[in-house]
Design a protein around this ligand. Structure first.
Ligand code: SAH
Ligand code: SF4
Length: 347
């Protein structure tokens, strides 16, 4: 049996759990401080709680589920990919990307993904289960600790690792509540981004939430037929309705949406497709992020060459659509979504 993760509990639930153990009310605050302010991961680190309570907690509770199974560092040492074992022996990936002005962690939300986008390593491995909010937070706390050991801090969190965050909506939102709670991790919502393939019903729910967390939608194609081929989830969440939901999001929240577009050589990178993309997103408060596709094991088509990426970007910017080109990070360490876990499975 897996132990109860304290990271899975919110403040009230932790208080209730400690009450069951006949602990005085102030213990909740002490334990919350240990976990979320000092980033302890082991009960032995809590100097402020009695040994008897530590001994009582140890057999049934655990703060953090993360066991490190492998780590790979890119040649320039700026991208570090961890393969973590979580509860039930499942494996997930978490990537730390160090930039000159910020440190960003890319976290997983599911073990695998059921949506099967053809270019995505995670999609190619199928779906095992949703992660709990504690398993999501555990990845972030792990990265916070490693950065702190080097005197650095985490500046941004992106929900862009393995899995579709909007198919694990409640755990993702719960983890964000803990992240942004001033008494807990006190992490700025504006420094968090959720990336979704575009699950319309959840996008609407997210709009209603009116959160300051940033939203990115993985578009990758400007028309239905191609998008359904690349991202099968488009069949249930077709472009017209998806774009309408995106417009509703930006209109209601007044927040900019990011459209992700991975350029695939000869597939979605023509001048005509750039113009189709313009017609689709014009009038929406948005930013387009272009990236050349990272090739993966079962999808051999290459990313677009740099000239095509630049030409595509120019068409968008000439029209007035803000757009940036993302560099492929850590390509030699399989830092693309799901790629390390997949290479381990096939060894
Ligand atoms: N399920 C969510 C978030 C995880 S995927 C989503 O699809 O948005 C994170 C991002 O990586 C998405 O934009 C996804 O389309 C992109 N991606 C997946 N495989 C890729 C690859 N091989 N090359 C470039 N981008 C990729
Ligand atoms: Fe799932 Fe996102 Fe990969 Fe598609 S791109 S298979 S939605 S993780």
């Amino acid at each position: 049996m897996d132990k109860q993760l304290l990271l899975d509990l919110n403040k009230d639930e932790l208080a209730a759990e400690l009450k069951k153990l006949n602990q005085p009310g102030f213990r909740t605050k002490q334990i919350l401080e240990g976990i979320y302010k000092h980033h302890y991961r082991d009960f032995s680190e809590f100097g402020n709680i009695p040994n008897s309570l530590r001994a009582e907690l140890d057999p049934n509770y655990q703060i953090d589920p993360i066991a490190i199974s492998d780590s790979i560092v890119s040649k320039d040492k700026r991208t570090i990919k961890h393969l973590f074992e979580v509860q039930k022996g499942n494996r997930i990936e978490t990537v730390l990307m160090k930039y000159s002005d910020r440190n960003t962690v890319c976290v997983s939300t599911q073990v695998g993904c059921p949506l099967g986008c053809v270019f995505c390593s995670t999609g190619q491995m199928g779906f095992t289960r949703n992660l709990s909010s504690g398993e999501i937070l555990g990845q972030i706390l792990f990265i916070m600790r490693t950065l702190e050991a080097d005197g650095e801090k985490l500046s941004n969190i992106v929900f862009m690792g393995m899995g579709e965050p909007f198919l694990n909506y409640s755990a993702v939102i719960r983890s964000i509540e803990t992240l942004t709670d001033a008494d807990l991790l006190n992490f700025g919502a504006r420094r968090i981004t959720i990336s979704t393939v575009g699950i319309i019903s959840k996008l609407k729910e997210f709009t209603e939430l009116d959160s300051q967390v940033n939203l990115a939608v993985s578009l990758h194609a400007p028309e239905n037929e191609l998008r359904s081929r690349l991202e099968p989830a488009n069949r249930m969440n077709p472009l017209k309705a998806l774009i309408a939901a995106c417009k509703e999001y930006t209109d209601k929240t007044r927040r900019r949406i990011t459209f992700e577009y991975a350029l695939i050589d000869g597939i979605n990178d023509s001048e005509t497709q750039a113009k189709q993309l313009i017609s689709l997103v014009k009038g929406i408060l948005c930013h387009v992020n272009l990236i050349a596709l990272n090739p993966s094991k079962d999808y051999s088509l290459p990313g677009s060459p740099r000239e095509r990426v630049d030409a595509f970007a120019k068409i968008l910017t000439d029209y007035g659509i803000p757009c940036s080109i993302r560099l492929r990070r850590g390509i030699e360490i399989n830092a693309g979504c799901g790629q390390l876990a997949q290479s381990q499975r096939t060894e």
